[in-house]
Structure formats: C-alpha cells, structure tokens
Design a protein around this ligand. Structure first.
Ligand code: SAM
Length: 259
C-alpha cells in the first residue's frame, strides 16, 4: 500500500481567488477532501467531481464532529494510504485547531504538510483596503480569540491590549465584544478608538460596520450582522475615511466625534 499523505490546507476567508497555488494543487490532486463549515461553497466547487468528501462541519447548536474524532479520521485515512486535503477556513494554524491535527498526525507517524492560507484578518482588511499596521498609527498587531474554552471567563492581558499603538483583531468575538470593549476602556484605551466589524469578509454578501469602543456593544446588537465576523480595533480604522470611499456600503457609520 502507498503511504498516505495529509495536507492541512488553509482555504482562506472565502473568495477562492485568495487560495494559494499550493492549496489549489492539493485540492485538485487529493483523493479525499475533509472540510468544515468555514470553507466557502466557491472553494468547495473547485473539488473535482470524483473526489470523496467528508463534511466535519461545526454548525452552531448542531452536533459537530468532535475534534478528537476529526483527528482519528485523518489518521485513519492516512493509514489507509489516502491522499487527503484537510481544508480549513483561513489559515490552519490561526485559531483553526490545525495544531491539534498536526500533533495527532505526527504522533501516529502519518506524513503531513501544512499549506498556509490567508487568515481572515488579512482577507477582511484587504477587502476593505485597510492596512493593519501603519506608520504613526500602529506599530504592532495582535490576533485575539474572543471565545474562551468551555465559555470560561475572559482572561486577557488587558493592560497590553489597551496599548493605543496596537491594532487588535478579535476572532470569534461576537458574544463577548461588549465586555472586551469595556475592559479595554477600563484599562485606558480611549472610548473613541474606532472599531471595524467585517461580516462574511471576501464573500459576495460581505458587510461591515464602523463603530467605536464605546458604542460597539449596542451597534453590533442592532446591526445583527451574519457570522462569521471579525473585529478590527485601533486607529488604523480611521484610514477607512480616505481609503474606503468606494467599497461596499456601510450598514452603520459612526465617527469618533459622535462619542
Ligand atoms: C475558528 S476561527 C477560524 C479562523 C481561521 N483559521 C482564519 O485563519 O481566519 C473562526 C473565526 O474566524 C473569523 N472569520 C473566518 N472567516 C471569516 C470571514 N470570511 N469574514 C469574517 N470573519 C471570518 C471569525 O471571527 C470567525 O468567528
């Protein structure tokens, strides 16, 4: 039997044009594709007709395939000599649990390769023509998960997150953005700091909303933007006024001057 091979492939934030050539090659040559719910329909449309598909989609409030079972599935496919493209939204190693899959494969002695993807922070920022760092506005960039294990309390380095020269991108932040914003203000970040929310970034139905730390909790509740969505917090968001003049329409526009 041929030795199996698993590619942990970053499928990007949704727009298939953002796939790397290596990702596309893995999709086209695999004999089985394992994917979850963040992989867009347009990317899945690139999977050849004869390729087996396994949907391990993690639908909210539905029973997802537990991570341990996904790990076991990948190991079993590798042991069976299959060539697997394990497609994950964005980048597999940015809040994608790709590290756990890589560990399971390494421990089982299955050959694997990691194909990086455009993480949604990059895809969403680019779609709105927004730099994440900018001379004079942001000297650092942090990616943060807004969702803690088993819904545990948020336990972040609030003082560090309040640094006004850092752009903060919050993944999975919908449920906790009000609390995150309040803590940042409490730790000294100005309440007028701009916040950009991007919903379904790079997809045809992409939407966004501009707000401030003070207003984001109520704005996000009112706008009811569909998921997935991410939050970009920091002075770079103010560049939207100049750079974003003709991109997709805003659902709400709030300026720091209003608060
Ligand atoms: C489990 S994390 C996976 C992140 C992924 N590995 C990446 O690199 O983008 C899921 C979160 O990614 C963000 N996300 C993924 N795709 C997105 C998109 N197209 N638009 C906005 N946010 C997105 C959302 O914050 C979502 O809650």
């Amino acid at each position: 039997m041929h030795p199996g091979m698993v590619f942990l492939v970053g499928a990007g934030p949704g727009d298939p044009d953002l796939l790397t050539l290596k990702a596309l090659r893995a999709i086209e040559t695999a004999d089985v594709v394992v994917f979850d719910r963040l992989v867009s329909e347009a990317v899945l449309a690139l999977v050849p007709k004869g390729t087996a598909r396994i949907d391990v989609g993690k639908q909210p409030r539905h029973h997802p395939m537990p991570q341990e079972e996904i790990n076991r599935t990948l190991v079993a496919l590798g042991r069976a000599g299959r060539c697997v493209a394990r497609l994950k939204g964005g980048d597999p190693f940015v809040f994608g649990r790709g590290g756990e899959e890589a560990l399971a494969l390494a421990q089982a002695g299955i050959a694997f390769e990691v194909v990086p993807g455009i993480t949604s922070a990059q895809g969403c920022a680019a779609a709105l023509r927004l730099p994440l760092t900018h001379r004079g506005l942001a000297t650092g960039l942090r990616f943060l998960t807004g969702h803690c294990r088993a819904d545990a309390a948020l336990d972040f380095d609030w003082q560090g997150l309040a640094d006004p020269r850092t752009t903060l991108v919050v993944y999975m932040g919908h449920a906790n953005i009000r609390e995150i914003a309040a803590e940042m203000i409490a730790h000294g970040r100005p309440a007028s700091t701009p916040v950009l929310v991007v919903s379904r970034g790079t997809l045809a139905d992409q939407r966004h909303l501009t707000s401030t730390l003070a207003a984001i909790g109520s704005d996000i509740a009112r706008a009811a933007l569909p998921t997935p969505a991410l939050f970009i917090i920091g002075e770079v968001v103010s560049l939207r006024e100049t750079l974003g003049a003709d991109s997709h329409g805003e659902t709400a526009q709030r300026t720091a001057a209003n608060h």
